[in-house]
Design a protein around this ligand. Structure first.
Ligand SMILES: Nc1ncnc2c1ncn2[C@@H]1O[C@H](COP(=O)(O)OP(=O)(O)O)[C@@H](O)[C@H]1O
Ligand SMILES: N[C@@H](CCC(=O)OP(=O)(O)O)C(=O)O
Length: 378
């Protein structure tokens, strides 16, 4: 398979197959395809809508409520029903799945970002399928992702996915809304640095009354993800074996090649982070470990300079004062000062808690090549 780490987003329109009820065969088919994809060695996370639709079905409501508390109520009713189907089907395949409900702050606040990232890494590396939705019942207007297209792009960025697959009820992005324009043509590839204005104009809202954002939120999500180094495909959820086809690199739906490498994206993210001016000076053993792709453990830190919070971007310097890496620290400066030079299994007894063995995990670090170092200040 072309893609190792895959995020699949399934919209309400696919899950209900255009009706007002969840389509159990469709949900089953998604789990079957994910299992086949996992057999190729891929790590897969699913972002699923459908909680509100499931709640509406449970309450036998003819119309979906427009006001937020009504939708939140239905999501609270529907989410456990939705997850029960997935869980039941995955169990039939002997697969463990997990429910992850997120709000915007979970991915924008750097402290929570680290928590979410650690959880996803654990689940994906452990072969578990995370099943993600917005935490609709607590998300207020200000903190809502607004739509699961956006949420899926943020998750794809968070876990540095290879592929984000947005499944909907159309074969991809068309030159106009196919529900209104019978001459609308499928756009097979979007690889321009800036998405052309006519594509933004073509991408309309949702017409079915089932989905939330329509095509415009998918286009926004695709743009966000491709700028984070993720390949994106928008395709039809009812196309047979669509997940397997898209992950194998087949030309299907609308394709958005990544605009930058994942390394470049990580670099931008880390450098864009809040910097408390923190510096970690490390010993020779730790420098060697970092250069080999390892994490920075407290035992290898000689000195902590400056004040910073957990999640801040810090500079990591070797014994000669040269910059080896930048990274997001798992501990704030006052805690780090207490554990420098200590073994990681001592962290809990010293601090009374642990955020993990690493002071800076290699997943949250960018190694600077000596060549880059020389360019500094130039
Ligand atoms: N240019 C376009 N190309 C394809 N679909 C479009 C376009 N503009 C608007 N749409 C509408 O977007 C809908 C898909 O979005 P939405 O209903 O939110 O689905 P989902 O539940 O999968 O997120 C389609 O049914 C289609 O009517
Ligand atoms: N979180 C909501 C879905 C929100 C959403 O973005 O819906 P959709 O446009 O169908 O992907 C739910 O589970 O019903």
């Amino acid at each position: 398979m072309e893609s190792h780490r895959v995020i699949i987003k399934v919209g309400t329109s696919t899950l209900t197959a255009g009706s007002h009820r969840l389509s159990i065969p469709h949900i089953f088919d998604i789990t079957r395809q994910i299992m086949q994809l996992k057999e190729t060695g891929a790590q897969v996370a699913l972002v699923t809508s459908g909680a509100i639709a499931a709640g509406r079905e449970a309450m036998s409501m003819a119309e979906a409520p427009r006001f937020t508390p009504g939708k939140q109520m239905l999501a609270a009713i529907g989410q456990p029903r939705l997850i029960a189907y997935y869980d039941q089907f995955f169990r039939m395949f002997g697969q463990v799945s997990a429910q992850v409900l997120l709000t915007r702050e979970d991915l924008t606040d750097r402290n929570r970002y680290l928590n979410a990232r650690g959880t996803f890494e654990g689940l994906l590396e452990g072969g578990v399928v995370p099943i993600i939705n917005e935490n609709d019942t607590v998300a207020t207007e200000e903190i809502r992702f607004g739509d699961n297209d956006n949420l899926s792009a943020l998750v794809a960025n968070l876990v540095e996915a290879d592929l984000l697959l947005l499944l909907t009820d159309q074969a991809g992005l068309f030159t106009g809304d196919p529900r209104k324009d019978e001459n609308a043509r499928l756009i097979e590839k979007v690889d321009q640095a800036e998405i052309p204005l006519e594509y933004w104009e073509a991408a309309g809202g949702s017409q079915s009354g089932l989905g939330t954002g329509g095509m415009v939120t998918k286009l926004r999500a695709a743009d966000l993800a491709r700028r984070a180094g993720v390949k994106v495909v928008i395709a039809s959820g009812s196309e047979p074996d669509i997940i397997l086809k898209a992950a194998s690199g087949k030309q299907i739906g609308t394709q958005f090649p990544p605009l930058v490498s994942k390394l470049e994206s990580r670099k931008r993210f880390l450098l864009a982070g809040k910097r408390g001016g923190g510096i970690l000076s490390i010993d020779e053993g730790a420098t060697l470990a970092l250069r080999k792709g390892g994490s920075l453990l407290p035992v290898g830190i000689r000195e902590v300079t400056g004040e910073f919070s957990r999640g801040a971007t810090v500079r990591i310097l070797d014994v000669s004062g040269s910059e080896v890496a930048v990274g997001m620290t798992s501990y704030d400066s006052s805690d780090l000062k207490k554990i420098i030079g200590c073994r990681s299994d001592e962290i809990e007894s010293i601090l009374g808690f642990t955020e993990g063995d690493e002071a800076v995990h290699h997943n949250n670090m960018l190694l600077l090549k000596p060549a880059l170092k020389r360019q500094k200040g130039s």
